[in-house]
Design a protein around this ligand. Structure first.
Ligand SMILES: NC(=O)c1ccc[n+]([C@@H]2O[C@H](COP(=O)([O-])OP(=O)(O)OC[C@H]3O[C@@H](n4cnc5c(N)ncnc54)[C@H](OP(=O)(O)O)[C@@H]3O)[C@@H](O)[C@H]2O)c1
Length: 348
């Protein structure tokens, strides 16, 4: 099924491209590499020849029919991020030129050889990064940066607890927090991921599936103190622990809920700690908000990649024909950092 905007965007006959479609709701085997029509950029939009499409949890949910695409995005093509090269400019584009290397997020349709995006939502790729490295940045680094600094107001000298620290968002968050001078504590249910997160710069790693309350592990690392910020990538199963571990004035940002979305919050305890909880989501934001975020990210965070203070964390780059395998790996929680799909040859 195609939406009106997709039909409007379809190129001339014969201008086809590879796309990954969800044939029907279900497991990884419902993903099919097939052909679609190349999109045409509208005013203020650029068309990007995609080199790498990132894989995200939201794609898995969409595949199962549990996360409908944003309005205006293709219903049956998942994908929220890309890196590639600008190959067509819509009317009135001023920020980008043909051949520019860019990365960015889209509301859907990212598993495609070409995408169109508002030029203001694209982010320049620094010279020193390959397209694979660039493809590992947008969704997880923007999410982590926005949640830690714009939502939770994390400051130098504070302590942040990052759940699922070996995830794409977690590995981005721990580097961003460290670069800002915060102390980082992270959890994972996998001893291997705990070790790898520590190798990446996590100050303290805590195993969350050892038959022991993870809050004890966190308190041991912090000499009994609580944490100023919780970056919650797990949800309900850690709800009680998060309430207990928050310090006075603590800020708790809910970004993902694979451990469940419902639970009990003790409002009295929250009040006594003068703590706050907020939820956040990137995809559903209005285009102007996303454009402002992309411009700020380019200004503030991209230079940190150029300076070597941040690095994309790539689990595996697979040819797009192996998209089912990539979904399986993510669904089974085997990845550390990002899973990427490559269109064509590597430039790395
Ligand atoms: N709000 C937004 O805009 C936004 C944007 C991007 C991502 N997200 C969300 O943020 C989370 C992380 O995304 P990602 O792309 O970084 O994911 P990812 O790389 O696939 O990692 C997710 C990790 O979560 C942990 N996990 C999964 N199920 C769990 C459970 N039941 N209990 C405890 N831990 C569990 C696993 O880590 P261990 O095996 O180490 O425990 C898994 O590897 C996801 O929930 C995603 O949906 C939200």
């Amino acid at each position: 099924m195609k939406g009106d905007r997709d039909r409007r965007r379809e190129g001339h006959q014969g201008e086809s491209m590879g796309v990954v479609e969800i044939v029907e709701p279900g497991g990884p085997d419902v993903l099919l590499l097939t052909e679609g029509a190349r999109p045409v950029p509208g005013p203020g939009e650029v068309r990007v020849r995609v080199q790498v499409s990132g894989v995200n949890r939201a794609d898995l949910l969409q595949r199962r029919g549990r996360y409908p695409p944003s309005p205006g995005s293709p219903e049956n093509v998942p994908g929220l991020e890309f890196s590639g090269e600008v190959d067509q400019l819509g009317a009135g584009c001023r920020l980008r030129a043909l051949g520019d290397r860019v990365m960015g997020i889209v509301g859907g349709g990212g598993y495609a050889e070409w995408v169109v995006a508002s030029e203001r939502e694209t982010i320049r790729v620094p010279d020193g990064l390959t397209s694979e490295e660039a493809g590992a940045i947008p969704e997880v680094f923007i999410t982590a940066w926005d949640a830690l600094f714009l939502q939770a107001n994390l400051r130098a000298g504070e302590t942040v607890l990052i759940h699922a620290a070996g995830s794409g968002v977690g590995t981005a968050a721990l580097q961003l927090a460290r670069a800002a001078g915060a102390m980082t504590v992270g959890t994972s249910r996998s001893p291997d991921k705990v070790n790898r997160a520590v190798d990446l710069g996590l100050d303290h790693g805590v195993l969350a599936d050892s038959g022991r309350d993870w809050t004890e592990g966190v308190r041991e690392c912090l000499d009994g103190r609580g944490v100023d910020v919780v970056l919650d990538l797990v949800g309900a199963s850690y709800l009680e622990g998060n309430q207990a571990i928050l310090a006075e004035g603590g800020r708790w940002v809910v970004v993902g809920v694979p451990g469940g979305a419902r639970g009990e919050v003790d409002l009295g305890r929250l009040m006594a700690k003068r703590a706050s909880i907020r939820g956040t989501v990137l995809r559903a934001r209005p285009p102007e908000e996303k454009a402002v975020l992309a411009r700020a990210f380019e200004r503030v965070v991209v230079p940190l990649f150029e300076a070597g203070r941040l690095r994309p964390v790539i689990d595996r780059v697979l040819p797009v024909a192996s998209v089912r395998e990539a979904h399986r790996e993510m669904e089974e929680n085997r990845s550390f950092g990002k899973l990427l799909l490559q269109w064509g040859e590597s430039d790395g």
